[in-house]
Design a protein around this ligand. Structure first.
Ligand code: FRU
Length: 507
């Protein structure tokens, strides 16, 4: 009997250890770093010519250092604030702080001093920010309040506030939601719920595959309301992170969308953003029954995407353009990782059901040149651009984006299977930095009725974002060619193609 008990205890200890260690295994795989400097790593804003190999020219990147999830996005007084997971001291994951950039048009960004750095409660993990115009928290009218995870021995939720949108003061009574039991308890996303006159927080429970909802009248005192999870196995292949609950309109009625990033277990492999559609009554989210998982993006490189707060009737999301499968080794220096293009979300009807569509925000017009018809293989372009292709989806065919070095990204339109297949092979450019990076079949459904598909493709130095024109399908993929693809080739395919240049946002 005793022996059984020992065995039982041993199993319990081992499985607790397994839970703890799988919690952050993706982080453990990142290289170890020296401790943070005296000034907390805030320092000066680094500078860059933004002209290094692979440097994105229409996507936000910090001048230098590691970046992951977008955090705390809030729109205040005509300024879009973008905070993000940032290591002020190196090009690897670690010393997690909130980097900061601002924009008045979501397209051209200005890097700002680091906003939040670690303290005795731990690193500053992901979270959100709200504009507290009615001073519910008592930090002052019209303050920006950031709600983030303090990641130390445990993950707990904390507050910091800012009256100038630049410098933050941490709340003296942090944490606001203490925790000493849950291994994964993070990424608070907060919004104001008018009907209940409460702030609502969505909080991810990682390997428990659950999102908890909490409420508060003042951002400081929180009550747990409910928990959402699903027993659909393919929604639960990895830990749940970075939730966002969105109030949306669908055919004149209100619908709620719960965004949940999942890693691993994305649409191809590694990281991905799934969503659920349903209702929220101020306490509980109940999902309607659909064929879950539903994916916001079918590519490899759109993760941890969440939306801006305080944007009135617009729902604008930005994602981290990378994948935990290989994020730590993508071959860029002195920075690592970019954000996706910002996207406007809408619930549209497809196949008689709601579908969360994402299209690049209309502000892209501010850097777009004139449309031209493509009349030759050469696109006569040397910088980033948008390509619009009209393709017959009743027969199989292939188009490729290529450069003069003979590198190309092949996209196969498979009428037979109804799929668009991106072939990220050794032909695309550098792939040797990670064995799980090259993937020859990154597939998405067309999500298009009729015989034709219109694709809007945004090509930058190290990424290709493909959308159907109404955003019913998106595929975001990194690529590392020697130079930007500036040729369009086809095999067994006739297409109509137009192109317009997009200005380098750093010039
Ligand atoms: C998602 C994530 C979050 C966490 C952050 C840490 O990519 O794992 O859950 O807060 O990254 O950097």
């Amino acid at each position: 009997m005793k022996k059984h008990l020992y065995l039982f205890e041993l199993i319990a200890v081992l499985s607790a250890f397994a839970i703890l260690s799988c919690t952050d295994s993706k982080f453990d795989e990142q290289p170890q770093l020296p401790p943070i400097e005296e000034d907390g790593g805030k320092g000066e804003i680094p500078v860059s010519g933004y002209d290094e190999p692979y440097r994105p020219l229409i996507h936000y990147t910090p001048a230098k250092n590691w970046v992951n999830d977008p955090n705390g996005m809030v729109y205040v007084d005509g300024v879009y604030h973008l905070f993000y997971q940032y290591n002020p001291q190196g090009n690897e994951w670690g010393n997690l702080s909130w980097g900061h950039a601002t924009s008045t048009d979501l397209i051209k960004w200005k890097e700002q001093p680091v906003a939040l750095t670690k303290d005795e409660l731990g690193d500053i993990f992901s979270g959100s920010a709200v504009y507290d115009k009615n001073n519910t928290a008592g930090f002052g009218t019209s303050t920006i309040v950031a709600i983030y995870t303090s990641s130390g021995q445990y993950q707990q939720q904390s507050l910091a506030y800012s009256t100038d949108g630049q410098t933050f003061t941490k709340y003296t009574q942090n944490p606001i939601i203490a925790n000493s039991t849950e291994p994964d308890f993070r990424d608070p996303k907060v919004f104001w719920h008018e009907e209940s006159q409460r702030w609502i927080m969505a909080l991810a429970m990682g390997w428990k595959y659950a999102i908890e909802f909490w409420s508060s009248p003042d951002l400081k005192n929180w009550t747990r309301l409910s928990s959402f999870s699903t027993d659909i196995v393919s929604c639960n292949r990895g830990q749940w992170e970075c939730p966002d609950l969105l109030r949306m309109e669908y055919n004149g009625k209100e619908k709620w969308v719960l965004i949940v990033s999942v890693n691993p277990g994305g649409p191809v492999s590694g990281s991905g953003i799934q969503y659920f559609i349903g209702d929220f009554d101020g306490r509980q989210f109940v999902a309607d029954s659909y064929n879950y998982p539903l994916w916001l993006d079918y590519g490899m490189d759109n993760y941890a995407g969440v939306t801006w707060s305080n944007t009135a009737n617009r729902t604008i999301l930005i994602g981290w353009m990378n994948n935990w499968n290989y994020a730590g080794v993508v071959p860029t220096s002195p920075w690592r990782s970019a954000m996706t293009l910002p996207r406007e979300l809408k619930l549209i009807e497809y196949d008689g059901k709601p579908l969360l569509a994402n299209t690049v925000v209309r502000e892209i017009e501010t850097i777009a040149g004139e449309w031209q018809n493509v009349t030759s293989e050469s696109l006569n372009i040397s910088g980033p651009y948008q390509l619009r292709l009209e393709i017959d989806i009743t027969k199989d065919g292939t188009f490729s984006l290529a450069n003069e070095s003979g590198e190309y990204l092949e996209i196969f339109v498979s009428a037979t299977t109804g799929k668009l297949v991106t072939r990220r092979t050794g032909n695309t450019g550098l792939i040797s930095f990670a064995s799980n990076y090259a993937i020859p079949t990154i597939k998405s459904p067309f999500n298009t009725e009729g015989d034709k598909i219109i694709l809007d493709i945004f090509v930058d130095q190290s990424s290709v974002e493909i959308f159907t024109q109404n955003g019913s399908m998106a595929q975001t993929n990194l690529i590392f060619p020697r130079s930007i693809y500036n040729r369009l080739q086809t095999t067994d395919m006739e297409l109509k193609a137009q192109i317009r240049p997009l200005d380098n946002i750093w010039m």
